[in-house]
Design a protein around this ligand. Structure first.
Ligand code: B1M
Length: 235
């Protein structure tokens, strides 16, 4: 496919062809092409959010399907992930651009045993764009590291991400520890990641499940206004 792609001039493609080509380039892990395609869409007036969801996230969804079906393997998926991150690098300052007063603070990390970080990074970017201060503590985070970050940064929200069915139960370990320490109600706990759902979030005692980054922003705003409402009511 690479030889064939050498002849393609991205800027000469119409929007639909370009997005299709970007899905192919993401699949092939071509970071430079993804950066170029992202810039072209923005120059054509696409919003950062549409560029993100229609060109990058959709491309990654296709990669995920072929990974699941054994057509792609870890090294190829890693290349695709790197290309995705390169595109996100272009969008990051645009998504994080905001003149809004700070809405609140969130600490976010991917749980222990899990190194998937693209979704978490996206949530962080979109939250920053909505006016939240975001402290990203990374991947493979154990309960002690979450607790240390909560103590150090005193956020309003704890966000946890998990992409594996084997790692998502660890979210309960973190929440149970917050309960044991008597600090559960100090934080709004939001969880997300492809294998989760609302019932799971409820079962483990999280405040809400966020299907995607946009839902995470809306849910966080909603919880912040509820909290501010109850703080005002108690004064
Ligand atoms: Co992984 N992997 N992977 N992988 N990988 C999945 C998750 C998998 C579903 C693929 C598949 O089989 N179809 C499968 C899990 C199966 C399962 O558990 N049932 C899987 C597997 C099996 C594995 C390995 C075990 C493979 C192996 O080694 N044999 C291994 C595990 C490593 C580990 O973590 N210990 C592994 C490794 C990898 C790579 C390193 C190659 C790479 C990760 C690179 C990286 O992240 N830096 C990778 C990737 C890229 C994927 C897929 C293809 C794509 C994930 C992604 O980035 N999606 C994935 C397939 C899939 O999910 N369909 C897969 C794009 C991203 C924008 O979406 O992360 O869902 P997502 O985030 C969304 C929402 O979920 C939500 O908002 C985000 C933005 O809209 N959200 C939150 C996420 N976190 C949130 C937190 C919040 C709120 C919302 O807090 C408030």
């Amino acid at each position: 496919m690479a030889d064939q792609d050498d002849d393609i001039v991205l800027s000469e493609l119409n929007d639909e062809e370009l997005v299709q080509q970007m899905h192919d380039d993401l699949y092939d892990g071509l970071a430079d092409e993804i950066v170029e395609g992202t810039q072209i869409l923005l120059e054509r007036g696409w919003t950062p959010y549409d560029t993100l969801t229609k060109a990058l996230v959709e491309g990654m969804r296709i990669v995920g399907v072929d990974f699941r079906d054994g057509i792609l393997f870890v090294p190829e998926v890693l290349m695709a992930a790197n290309a995705m991150k390169a595109g996100m690098g272009v969008l990051r300052p645009l998504l994080a651009e905001t003149g809004a007063p700070k809405m609140g603070k969130m600490v976010i990390g991917t749980v222990k045993g899990d190194i998937h970080d693209i979704g978490k990074n996206l949530v962080g970017m979109m939250m920053e764009g909505a006016g939240f201060e975001v402290v990203d503590i990374g991947i493979n985070i154990d309960v002690d590291t979450y607790l240390k970050a909560l103590e150090e940064h005193q956020p309003d929200i704890l966000g946890m991400s998990a992409l594996l069915t084997t790692t998502m139960p660890y979210m309960k370990v973190v929440i149970d520890t917050l309960v044991e320490k008597g600090i559960r109600s100090d934080y709004v706990v939001l969880v997300g990641g492809a294998p989760l759902n609302e019932a799971f979030a409820e079962n483990i005692g999280a405040d809400a499940y966020c299907r995607d980054a946009a839902v995470a922003v809306e849910t966080a705003k909603d919880w912040m206004s509820r909290r501010q409402g109850s703080a005002l009511a108690s004064t």
